[in-house]
Design a protein around this ligand. Structure first.
Ligand SMILES: Nc1ncnc2c1ncn2[C@@H]1O[C@H](COP(=O)(O)OP(=O)(O)O)[C@@H](O)[C@H]1O
Ligand SMILES: [Mg+2]
Length: 263
């Protein structure tokens, strides 16, 4: 994008995370440096245990780095903040609240009028196509629907950055594909920076502007792969040579790390 100013939305500097475990110190992350620009869609892939969730939790402010810093819009992150919305694999909805009440939850903590809260919640419930289910409780919804509620709730709070830790990991293949395309539509509409973790290489490439491949033990950034495939991306995109070439490359790099972690 020639001539266009791009702001750094998230900046990670010399991040290190050490856990004290029964077997001594475990270096989960080391030497992580990363700049993420406005409106990027970053996907992080890597074998199980390489530190993906640890990284996301530190960016979310749910966990403290052992050393190094995270900045959001130039301000250092200390703890959680409404500018960073989180969606986890396990839906984390409040079971005693309806769809409407779940989506309104964060809005009610802000100083907003009732009518405005309802308007915002209605908009995002419509966006995820759950208008007919607004008075249902989570236990009455399928996994895909619950994850739609979690996404609507995250967007309703109007964060600058959406942090998602394998949000579609528990869903069947068809529902997962459907939610991927809905998430891309929403991302294109809402222009928010996304930081999305997955162990599914195909999912990473269909979504991302950039894929970050993490190495194992200690977790580091091994490679950053630009996905220069135009949006909107469709089912056909998955069959193009461009897509398959990137997929083969990323997959083989992740597999090498997987073998490394098993040593
Ligand atoms: N609270 C914790 N205490 C001790 N070790 C942890 C803790 N959280 C994660 N780890 C360890 O840190 C490493 C990275 O974990 P994690 O970030 O969950 O990996 P990933 O999300 O990539 O599967 C793993 O070896 C894991 O066992
Ligand atoms: Mg994880």
């Amino acid at each position: 994008m020639a001539g266009e100013e791009r702001n750094i939305k998230l900046s990670i500097k010399d991040l290190k995370k050490v856990f004290n475990t029964r077997n001594g110190e475990l270096i989960a992350l080391n030497g992580i440096n990363l700049d993420i620009y406005d409106n990027e869609f970053i996907c992080v892939v890597g074998p199980s245990g390489c530190g993906k969730s640890t990284l996301l939790n530190i960016i979310a402010g749910l966990s403290k780095p052992s050393s190094g810093n995270v900045y959001c819009d130039g301000k250092e992150v200390h703890g959680t903040g409404t500018e960073r919305g989180v969606v986890f694999q396990q839906y984390a909805l409040f079971p005693w609240l309806t769809v409407q009440q779940n989506v309104e939850f964060g809005l009610r903590l802000q100083n907003k009028q009732k009518s405005e809260i309802k308007k915002i919640a209605d908009y995002y419930i419509d966006m995820v196509e759950l208008s007919h289910f607004r008075d249902h409780y989570p236990k009455e919804l399928s996994g895909g629907m619950k994850q739609r509620v979690a996404i609507a709730r995250a967007y309703a709070n109007n964060p600058e950055v959406l942090l998602m830790d394998e949000p579609f990991g528990a869903l069947d293949a068809q529902t997962r594909t459907q939610l991927q395309s809905e998430l891309l539509d929403t991302w294109q509409k809402e222009q928010k920076t996304c930081f999305f973790i997955t162990h599914d290489v195909e999912e990473a490439i269909i979504l991302a502007t950039k894929v970050i491949i993490m190495s194992a033990r200690p977790g580091r950034i091994k490679e950053i792969v630009d996905v220069n495939i135009p949006y909107p991306r469709t089912q056909e995109t998955r069959l193009t040579k461009e897509f398959l070439d990137i997929k083969n490359h990323v997959w083989s790099q992740v597999y090498k790390e997987y073998l490394e972690i098993r040593k």
